[in-house]
Each structure stands twice: as C-alpha cells, then as structure tokens.
Design a protein around this ligand. Structure first.
Ligand SMILES: Nc1ncnc2c1ncn2[C@@H]1O[C@H](COP(=O)(O)OP(=O)(O)O)[C@@H](O)[C@H]1O
Ligand SMILES: [Mg+2]
Length: 372
C-alpha cells in the first residue's frame, strides 16, 4: 500500500507486522501528533497489550501535548493483509457514534481526542482516546474460571450486574441516531434487518468453503421464530461485561461500539446473558462450577424491568439468536485461524463452533431446563 503524504513524498505503509513494532508506532504517532498539536507535542512511549481483541487493534501510549502528559489509547483498524474478522471497519464512524452516545446518554465513556480517517500515518485509520483506569472481566482465562470477578463477594457481583444492566437501560433510553448505525430497509423491521446482515456476514465468511449445517439450521429457526416486534432503539451490540471497565464493581468505561445498531432492546439484554452462559458452559466442560449465580437470565430480566418498567420478552428467541451470532463470529474466527495455519480444518464444520452443544440444545428447546 503506497500513500502520498502531505509533503508529497511516497510513503510505504508497512504491513501489519510492523504495526506490532512499538518504536515504529511511537515515531509515526509522534510525527502525527506534532502535525496536529505543534512541535512540543510528542508520543513518548507505546505498548501493545498482550491480550488484544481480534478485530481492531488497541495500542497503549504515553503522549504530551499542550504541556500536559497523558495516558492514551489508540484504536487502529486492521489492515487488509491481516484477513480481518469483519469485511469492513469504520473507525471514524465508531468515533462519531461514541460522541453521539456521550451527548445523548449518561454512561461512562473514555474522553475522545481525535479520529484520523486516512491511512497515511499508520497504514490504517485510527482514533485516540484517554486511557481509563479500571479492570475488565477477562476472556482468557474466562473471568468465571478465577479472577477478580470470582474473588468478589456475591454482593459485589450483584452490584456489577445491576450497574451493567443500568448501562443497557441508559443506552436504550437514548434517541436512536438517524445515521451512524445501519438502519432497516423500507418495509423491514430492525430485527429482520439484523438477521439479514448476519446472514450476509456469514455468507461472506463461508464463501468457497464447507458451511456449518448447525448454523444453517439456526438461521432457518431464527427466520421461522422471528418476533414481529418493530422495536428499534439504539443497541450497543457487543453488550457484555467483557467490554466494560469497572472500578469498585461499577462501570467506568463502556467500550467496543463496532456492533452497535438499532433494534429491540432484548438484543443487548440477551447478549449479556448469553455470553455469561457461554463462559459457564466452558467452565462445566472444564469440570468447574464457575459463577452459576451471576448474571442469571431471570435476574437480569427482572433487574431491567425494575429499572425501566419494560419487561424483556421472547428471551428464548433472543438468547438462541445470541448463540447464533456468536456461532457465526466463531466460525469466521476459526476460518481465519485455519487461513493462518493456526488451526486445522475439521472434517465436520460444526466443530468450529465451540459452543455447539449449547446452540443445539437451545434449538431443541432443552437448554434452559438444565441450567440451574
Ligand atoms: N480507553 C481505554 N482505556 C483503558 N483501556 C482500554 C481503553 N480502550 C480499550 N482498552 C483496553 O483494551 C481492551 C480491548 O478494547 P476493546 O475496545 O474491548 O476492543 P476489542 O475487544 O475489539 O479488542 C479492553 O479490554 C481494555 O483492556
Ligand atoms: Mg472488546
């Protein structure tokens, strides 16, 4: 990829491997910040966190501008040669959506500084925000296998549950943005549009390879059982505790807005419930109890009702739909791992879905009866 920068000289944007090089990043970011904030601005240190998400990249840095030293986070879009999880990324759109959410609802968000939509500086668009102090429930190893969450008291976890549900309630109470997120086509409900886009994403991921019969079955089930609701509130999308930073068990930053859209509020409520069940089922496979009393389906639904007066409905549908969404993402992530030689192509494509038994039991209607 070749970009011509402001000075007119050809700049070869390095492939994603060099983006893992902190010194290269520090120099490029430093040049960029000087251009924006003047000669005495600088990026002095860059660290790349070990456990990085698989979609966009998150870079931690120390910077100085306006005579103030700051800890910042730079979120960078993945480069095409890294075979990204999603077909397209709109970092500038995420930046503007977070600004919109800040202006329209009372949830904690990191202070945003700049969005750079061009590839010139880092080879991909990025945005810059303040670094928040707090703790995130870990995915690897999962928080319910042993972490600050499992070491907390039941009361502290209960507070986490209530305050996390409050985050959802507040997002859902915001006016839905007219742009910034995808909207349904004329005559289509927001939920039907959500399912259609998931299908399009799966078709893209499965192109030219053996698809998953289980995913096909779940799509057919979702189409048949789709609630007729016209609800179209702002939804966060990746609404799980693993995308919240907490301090003293209360949210201090709500992160990761790339799956935000409009739709029924149950999309978020069920995603929060399902992701905990996903980790609980992993714990059971490992012969552990995990956290069976945390984020229980009825507790989350009752809490949402108490806070908002709205009773979540059709949770059997929405939790199964959450399991389907997760299956599609997992299928895509496994395809990517196979592409990079990090995983073997299984003879049965359904094996690519880690929570296969969960999704099967949900489709058969036997899942919730066996959850204590
Ligand atoms: N503003 C921030 N302040 C502090 N840490 C952050 C911030 N943004 C992201 N992080 C850290 O980076 C991790 C990944 O960020 P996230 O937005 O969830 O992206 P993804 O999951 O797509 O990689 C978070 O779990 C958190 O540890
Ligand atoms: Mg995340």
């Amino acid at each position: 990829m070749v970009d011509i920068d402001d000075a007119g000289k050809a700049e070869v944007a390095r492939p994603s491997e060099s983006r893992r090089d902190p010194e290269w990043l520090r120099d490029r970011l430093s040049e960029w910040i000087k251009h924006h904030e003047g000669e005495d601005a600088a990026v002095t240190e860059v660290t790349i966190p070990e456990s990085n998400g698989m979609s966009s990249e998150t870079i931690l840095a120390k910077a100085r501008w306006g005579g103030v030293e700051r800890d910042i986070v730079v979120r960078v879009a993945p480069q095409a040669d890294s075979d990204p999880v999603f077909p397209s990324y709109n970092l500038d759109g995420q930046f503007r959506l977070i600004e919109y959410v800040r202006a329209n609802c009372d949830i904690p968000l990191p202070t945003l500084w700049w969005s750079e939509p061009s590839d010139a500086a880092l080879g991909a668009p990025f945005f810059v925000m303040d670094r928040v102090n707090g703790e995130v429930p870990p995915d690897v190893m999962p928080y319910n296998f042993g972490s600050w969450v499992s070491e907390a008291t039941p009361e502290q976890r209960n507070q986490m549950m209530r305050d996390s549900v409050r985050v959802l309630a507040q997002i859902h109470a915001a006016p839905a943005p007219a742009d910034l997120v995808s909207h349904p086509e004329p005559g289509e409900t927001a939920l039907a549009a959500h399912l259609r886009r998931l299908r399009e994403f799966y078709d893209w991921a499965a192109e030219g390879r053996a698809g998953s019969p289980l995913i096909e079955r779940a799509f057919a089930w979702a189409e048949e059982n789709l609630p007729a609701t016209e609800d179209a509130v702002l939804t966060w999308g990746d609404a799980r505790i693993g995308n919240i930073m907490y301090r003293d068990f209360t949210p201090v930053a709500v992160l990761d807005w790339e799956m935000a859209t409009v739709g029924p509020r149950e999309l978020d409520i069920a995603w929060m419930i399902f992701l905990h069940r996903f980790f609980q089922d992993l714990a059971a496979m490992a012969g552990m109890d995990g956290l069976p009393d945390f984020l229980r389906r009825d507790d989350v639904a009752t809490e949402y009702l108490q806070q908002t007066g709205y009773r979540p409905t059709d949770l059997d549908f929405y939790t199964t739909y959450a399991a389907l969404i997760h299956a599609v993402i997992m299928f895509r992530i496994q395809c990517r791992a196979i592409h990079f030689g990090q995983a073997q192509e299984p003879a049965d494509p359904d094996e690519m879905i880690l929570h296969r038994p969960t999704l099967e039991a949900m489709l058969n209607g036997t899942y919730w009866g066996q959850v204590k």
